[in-house]
Ligand binder design. Structure first.
Ligand SMILES: [Zn+2]
Length: 802
């Protein structure tokens, strides 16, 4: 066998070689964290492992080679530390079969240490552990960790502290000035660390602990596998770049998702439980059983979401959960799946340094839809039995999606999970489904593959009918789409409403008369799910260019006026917000006035809140802006929380440039914590009307040190590209796109997508379109995953309505 080449990152070939030749890995680590944030963190490590190999050993290290102590101790011998392409090379003559011990000291790169003045936290997923200490940074070399920390005076810490083996991406510690709370729930100790000081927010911890306990109990019941680790601890972090991360023993949460403002919306409450349940479910799916390689990262994400949806069903019994599931996942999954940047749920991955690009809406939202359809295909009982066997067969170890499929197909083999997965999981895109009438008046439902591969996405669909312009309440039926054309029996005088209950996944092409029926006869649709489906399908048909944004806006505003279901209303609000960005002038003014009225009068508080929040960051018409300014300056609406008022201040400062300084200084005085003020001082600079300063801020963002707190950088970039700032802001497009590979190399996993959304989201002009199209045309050598991210985010600028 040829030697494994020494390549940057962690190549699949290297990972496979090491998985075969290394076992029994232990890391004994110490880090000393200095008082000052600009002084480096030093590490010392003893790495021991069993070795069966016959090549030089590559240990992953993505720091500066000069930051290593000059020698590495290998089995007691001093060896020169040779670093090549992000690997420390240990010549094979120093290694022996059996246990080897290597000692290394040096400086950690700050890349994944997330250092702030008063705290720091490590976040190593997917392959960033190697930037902090030398390691085998691959998910299938699980290891035992022991950790010592030397910290500044007054700092506390939390880490995994587990007796079970975990992969490097799940190893973590957080340290700094934090409050702590420990409670007992069901004889289990739960510990929280947090920096929040507002007593109304801190009080919410009790709900959080309850929801953790609920999630743990639920997971134990569903899986029949007891809580797999010794302790449950979590840290609530400001400026956090994810929603959460499932490090066992020290889960991390985003503070804005856990500590809600006064009057949180039902969506925010559900999202919080979903997040807690999601990270808790990962302790089984991801932490106990881990994917072999990051191409299967979606398996842990899909089960975390799948379980979170089930847990949420118990916690919020008053909600229509089938509808909630559709609302949570379908629109978001389709927002990527309809674009040219879509990709299969399972994607190939040659090197872990590209793993971050696998994450996105397809993993987080299409995969749960696929899972639900697989559950319908196989039956809930067979699925659960298969999952239980999978968890006990592979506990504290690794498995692939195909291993899981094999376990599932031990039950109900007549409904093959494998053939289902070959289309839904391994191929990209979604079906385009339409009706056709042949000469014999036979109506058929046809599913077409937009990429011309002739694939069939197996699923059940609900069909409704309309007669004389009205939907018929008693005339819906199921069809099973297991082939490209499925005939249905329908009187010729009736129109067919595809995807009548919204459960169908795909792009449903509505006939013109059906569009009219849905727009006009909407209130006659019999059930909530039928109305929701109408919203989903009409919106998609608008994006296809079959309904104009103006007509759909008028229709949706009318729907919203009469809607009393929170879930439907919430989707209407976000669709209206998206469509509003496509319109201008008098028509926009008319719409904004209508929305402002409804923000004062709608019967649902969640609608009043959603509309006000939306106008607060997007309104352009002078009358509406002036009214919002009053709301802001008197802080008169209890529907808005401090964060909303801050976002509103940014927007007002931009659209009322003659008052920008005054607006910002009032808002700054309202802030209470040092974390809030630091964030504000960073972001609010974008509100300056001075174009030279704006340009300078943009240029600064191109330097990695100015993007250290990614959520801040992303908001700053979005404000610089505010829709009101075209054409000036068009000059950021090219350099912003040129920076993509560097953004990907230096940023966290979601950041390339966020960067693109912030850079492109505010642009609509022909000039912007031209710049982005020609950039795409001249950069075809960009990595396919990165190009997909770009095409996905450029959809509204380049492809909408085509
Ligand atoms: Zn997750």
């Amino acid at each position: 066998m040829a030697a494994v080449p020494v390549e940057k990152g962690v190549s699949r070939a290297l990972a496979e070689y090491r998985a075969e030749n290394i076992s029994d890995v232990h890391y004994s680590l110490s880090f000393s964290v200095p008082e000052k944030v600009n002084e480096p963190v030093a590490f010392f490590e003893t790495l021991s492992f069993r070795w069966f190999g016959d090549e030089d050993l590559q240990i992953d290290f993505q720091g500066d080679p000069d930051d290593l102590d000059g020698v590495v101790m290998v089995n007691g011998k001093a060896v020169d530390a040779v670093v090549r392409n992000e690997h420390i090379i240990i010549p094979k003559r120093y290694l022996h079969m059996g246990i080897n011990k290597i000692m290394i000291g040096g400086i950690s790169s700050d890349k994944a240490l997330n250092r702030h003045e008063e705290f720091m936290y490590t976040l190593f997923v997917p392959d960033h552990a190697r930037s902090a200490f030398p390691c085998f940074d691959q998910p299938d070399l699980k290891a035992y960790f022991s950790l010592e920390l030397e910290l500044p005076e007054g700092w506390v810490s939390m880490s995994n502290d587990t007796e079970y083996p975990i992969p490097t991406y799940l190893f973590s510690f957080t340290a700094g000035k934090f409050q702590q709370q420990t409670v007992m729930r069901d004889n289990r100790e739960l510990t929280a660390m947090y920096r929040e000081t507002d007593p109304d927010k801190v009080k919410q911890l009790s709900t959080v602990f309850d929801q953790v306990a609920l999630s743990l109990n639920w997971m134990e019941r569903y899986t029949s596998v007891a809580f797999p680790f010794e302790k449950y601890g979590f840290v609530i972090l400001p400026g956090y770049q994810f929603g959460g991360m499932e490090h066992p023993g020290c889960i991390q949460f985003n503070d804005t998702k856990i500590f809600l403002g006064p009057n949180p919306s039902p969506d925010e409450e559900r999202a919080r439980l979903n997040l807690i349940a999601h990270e808790t479910a990962h302790l089984w799916f991801g932490d106990l059983v881990t994917m072999k390689w990051f191409d299967d990262v979606w398996t842990k994400e899909v089960f975390a979401n799948f379980m979170a949806d089930k847990i949420s069903r118990e916690q919020f019994p008053g909600i229509d959960h089938d509808l909630a599931f559709i609302k949570t996942h379908y629109p978001v999954a389709m927002s990527t799946d309809r674009t040219r940047g879509t990709h299969p749920i399972q994607q190939p991955l040659d090197n872990l340094d590209q793993a971050g690009l696998l994450y996105g809406n397809i993993i987080y939202h299409k995969a749960p839809i696929m899972m639900r359809k697989l559950e319908q295909e196989k039956g809930a009982d067979a699925l659960r039995k298969g999952l239980r066997n999978y968890l006990s067969k592979y506990d504290y170890s690794n498995a692939t999606w195909d291993d899981l499929i094999a376990e599932l197909d031990n039950f109900a083999p007549e409904h093959s999970a494998r053939s289902f997965s070959d289309v839904w999981v391994k191929q990209k895109g979604m079906p385009v489904i339409s009706c056709s009438r042949s000469d014999s008046d036979q109506v058929e439902v046809i599913q077409a593959d937009p990429f011309g591969r002739g694939l069939v996405w197996k699923q059940s669909l609900d069909i409704g009918f309309a007669s004389d312009g009205n939907p018929l309440a008693d005339a819906d039926r199921h069809i099973y789409m297991n082939q490209q054309r499925v005939p249905i029996d329908v009187p010729i005088s009736r129109s067919t409403i595809l995807n009548y209950d919204g459960e169908g996944y795909g792009c449903f092409v509505m006939e013109d008369d059906v569009i009219e029926v849905l727009c006009d006869g909407w209130k006659n649709l019999p059930e909530d799910k039928n109305r929701y489906a109408a919203v989903l399908n009409l919106y998609e048909n608008c994006l296809m260019g079959r309904v104009t944004p103006e007509k759909l806006l008028d229709t949706f505003i009318n729907f919203l006026n009469h809607e009393s279901n929170e879930l439907i209303a919430s989707t209407l609000c976000s669709d209206i917000a998206a469509l509003c960005r496509r319109i201008d002038g008098d028509y926009r003014e008319k719409v904004e006035r209508q929305l402002l009225d409804m923000a004062g009068s709608h019967s649902l508080q969640s609608v009043r809140q959603a509309l006000l929040r939306q106008l607060a960051v997007s309104a352009l018409s002078p009358v509406v802006v002036e009214r919002l300014h009053e709301v802001w300056s008197r802080q008169e609406s209890s529907l808005l929380n401090n964060r909303d008022y801050t976002r509103m201040a940014y927007h007002l400062a931009i659209v009322q440039p003659d008052r920008w300084q005054q607006i910002l200084s009032v808002q700054r005085d309202r802030l209470k914590t040092i974390d809030e003020i630091n964030e504000f001082d960073f972001i609010s600079r974008a509100c300056t009307p001075d174009e030279q300063v704006q340009q300078q801020l943009f240029d600064d963002l191109l330097k990695v040190e100015n993007r250290r707190v990614e959520p801040w950088a992303q908001t700053l970039l979005a404000l610089l590209n505010d829709p009101t700032r075209e054409p000036m802001s068009n000059r950021y497009l090219e350099p912003g796109l040129n920076a993509l590979p560097e953004i990907q190399a230096t940023g966290d996993i979601f950041f390339p997508g966020y960067w693109l959304a912030s850079l492109l989201g505010g642009h609509r002009s022909e000039e912007a379109k031209e710049i982005v199209s020609s950039w795409i045309a001249t950069h075809q050598s960009l990595s396919p995953a990165l190009m997909n991210k770009l095409l996905e985010n450029a959809y509204w600028l380049l492809d909408m309505g085509k």
